[in-house]
Write a protein of this length. Structure first.
Length: 99
């Protein structure tokens, strides 16, 4: 058994593009049954993942230290369970691609 097939490694952007194309073609050739609809839905999900590869940071979670509070970071909102680091926004998908 060969282990150098793309399915045995991490899913790269190129691999996501390949999978999306393969499933798009298969869905277009299907007879419209449940499998065809599932493939079309999978393409939408994959396209959303592809869009996430182009995400840019929109904010930073900064370290926070206060003797009166338990939190260790701050992003100027009311969620205190986020670790320090960059935040990303995923580009919106076109309305025609919505799930």
């Amino acid at each position: 058994m060969k282990t150098n097939h793309p399915a045995h490694g991490p899913v790269s952007l190129n691999r996501l593009l390949q999978i999306s194309e393969i499933l798009s073609k298969a869905a277009a050739q299907s007879d419209g049954g449940n499998l065809g609809y599932a493939m079309a839905d999978a393409v939408k999900v994959i396209d959303g993942a592809i869009a996430a590869f182009d995400a840019e940071p929109v904010a930073d979670v900064v370290a926070w230290s206060s003797p009166n509070e338990e939190r260790t970071c701050d992003i100027r909102w009311r969620h205190h369970d986020v670790a320090p680091g960059p935040l990303y926004a995923v580009p919106l998908m076109p309305a025609s691609s919505k799930l």
